[in-house]
Design a protein around this ligand. Sequence first.
Ligand SMILES: *[C@@H]1O[C@H](CO)[C@@H](O)[C@H](O)[C@H]1NC(C)=O
Ligand SMILES: *[C@@H]1O[C@H](CO)[C@@H](O)[C@H](O)[C@H]1NC(C)=O
Ligand SMILES: *[C@@H]1O[C@H](CO)[C@@H](O)[C@H](O)[C@H]1NC(C)=O
Ligand SMILES: *[C@@H]1O[C@H](CO)[C@@H](O)[C@H](O)[C@H]1NC(C)=O
Ligand SMILES: *[C@@H]1O[C@H](CO)[C@@H](O)[C@H](O)[C@H]1NC(C)=O
Length: 611
Amino acid sequence: FLSKCTSPPVALLSELVQSGSVSVFMGASGGLHSHTLLLDEEKGRLLLGARDHVYLLDPDNLSRAPRKIVWPASLDRVKMCKLAGKNVNLECANFVRVLHNYNHTHVYACGTGAFHPTCAFIELTGHRESGVFQLLPSSFESGRLKCPFDPRQPFTSVLTDQYLYAGTASDFLGKDTTFTRSLGPPPDQNYIRTEISEDYWINEASFISAHPMSDTHNPDDDKIYFFFREVSREGKDKSILSRVARVCKNDVGGLRSLTNKWTTFLKARLVCSIPGPDGVDTHFDELQDIFMLPTRDDKNPVVYGVFTTSSSIFRGSAVCVYSMADIRAVFNGPYAHKEGPDHRWVEYEGRIPYPRPGTCPSKTYDAKIKTTKDFPDEVVSFVRFHPLMHGSVLPLNGRPVFQLVRAEYTLTQIVVDRVSAEDGQYEVMFLGTDAGSVLKVVSIAQENWSREEVVLEELQVFQVPTPILSMEMSFKQQQLYVGSSEGLAQVSLSRCPLYGQGCSECCLARDPYCAWDGTTCSRYVPAAKRRARRQDVKHGDPASQCWDSADGGGLAEERVLFGVQNNSTFLECIPKSQQAQIRWYIQRPGVEHRDQVREHSPDAGTEVRSD
Ligand SMILES: *[C@@H]1O[C@H](CO)[C@@H](O)[C@H](O)[C@H]1NC(C)=O
Ligand SMILES: *[C@@H]1O[C@H](CO)[C@@H](O)[C@H](O)[C@H]1NC(C)=O
Ligand SMILES: *[C@@H]1O[C@H](CO)[C@@H](O)[C@H](O)[C@H]1NC(C)=O
Ligand SMILES: *[C@@H]1O[C@H](CO)[C@@H](O)[C@H](O)[C@H]1NC(C)=O
Ligand SMILES: *[C@@H]1O[C@H](CO)[C@@H](O)[C@H](O)[C@H]1NC(C)=O
């Protein structure tokens, strides 16, 4: 017999579109380049920054009356971009990379402008379908230090209190990478940036994300935390490391040195690794994405990071989770110091000036220090030469919550949803890959403190295997928006009916979004009055949940096939969920009992031969 089990089942785009759980917006012409999303759940609108366009979409239905602003790069710039040897389609256009709500009526936008970044205001008022939606040419200004030149460069920005914070390359070659602040209410519109002359501040960085955050109840302590990976040189070695860094929101730069530079900048290493049996850890050093899962305490969101390995032989990805408390503890700990002939970073054990470098200025702490310009020279000089903390930020439980090794793809994006199920709350991760698919994964804590990673679904949301560039979740709509160079896909968070009609199949799926309601597998709503909702995310044991249902918690489906002796028969089966198991038994002529058909290789999907 030849048996082939397609497990795990990858949900293909055609099935997903047919069942109404995915729809794709392609824009007017192909190749939308959906890098930048701005979702406003309250106003019910979704802005999409794409190549030469900004789209205004209905988050309910991306194809319903889309509106657009055409915003190409100037012909001169396109010509110069081509002359510089750049690719016409992929580089010499205006790729919109910045879209932020500025005030109630205006959105701030920047595009790469064919390697000549430009920013402008978009006026957006009234009803989505009939209101004002226009670019204001009178507001055009340079986008240098706010937006990358190169559309393919990782980049992040965040706008808060009318200030724009951006992590970007500030030049054509993409060599000088910096974290900046710009805009702001007049007259205070100076740029503040990281120091350029010291390569150990920020060196050839790829910026991943930035988040305004309160550290204490004192608003003077408010900071911007940002995440990036950079090239690190220790002695002669060159490697890529991931970082978490922070600056004070009220930093206005130094007086005599570090003028218009951050005087409160500190950074620390962010570690994501699997402890090895022989003490050699497997490191995932290249941060790809960060998601902050809110908690009741807005000072302490849960930090989820997606990392990949930098090794060319070993391709792997992992998700690590961090607490803000651990991150703050590292910034409150010892500083690092470059020492010795090989210039290694070691723990700094000398005297630390007052106020502690990295502390935000506040009248509450010291009446003489009202702004960063009042810092003593030795504080500014200390920050200049000691921006790195000695301690590293380690993941919760000392290891990843999910890892992917020896897979054909790597992870690029993450969003996380907190889902209430019958047996508790679960954090469901939606992970974008570089192959156009989305994995839905839940990490379940077991009684013995170990964690079990369960892949609930794998959805191929783009026809062409292309990296997922952006992901945004609408908690209100229960939808995920997934962008790639192909377009923008709208994906519903769950597809319970696809797990089949039976109680056992529904239970085996272990999907916190789904429960068996007595007749079908459907979306689980904790507050619903319906009785007898059957679900077992923790163990996925149908016997405990479905003993009184038609399938008795046992076999979900039995199929009989007849084969010819001395010949081969194809045993094909497609399990409905990633957790269902399939067993084949063989009953030979004239024999009463059945033997299980065993696969010689433990890998599902391999073909086995049996007589
Ligand atoms: C979305 O909108 C389009 C255009 O109005 C319409 O044809 C389609 O049926 C809508 N889809 C859904 C699921 O409502
Ligand atoms: C929003 O900002 C724009 C640009 O600075 C300004 O022209 C407009 O008056 C502001 N609107 C409100 C309501 O403050
Ligand atoms: C914890 O329990 C699970 C099953 O519930 C088991 O597979 C795993 O091996 C156990 N881990 C440890 C460390 O005992
Ligand atoms: C099957 O093959 C075996 C040996 O290869 C032979 O002894 C037997 O007669 C064959 N059976 C049939 C039904 O062809
Ligand atoms: C063996 O199986 C194949 C495919 O099922 C069939 O075409 C062929 O006729 C069979 N041969 C014999 C000898 O039964």
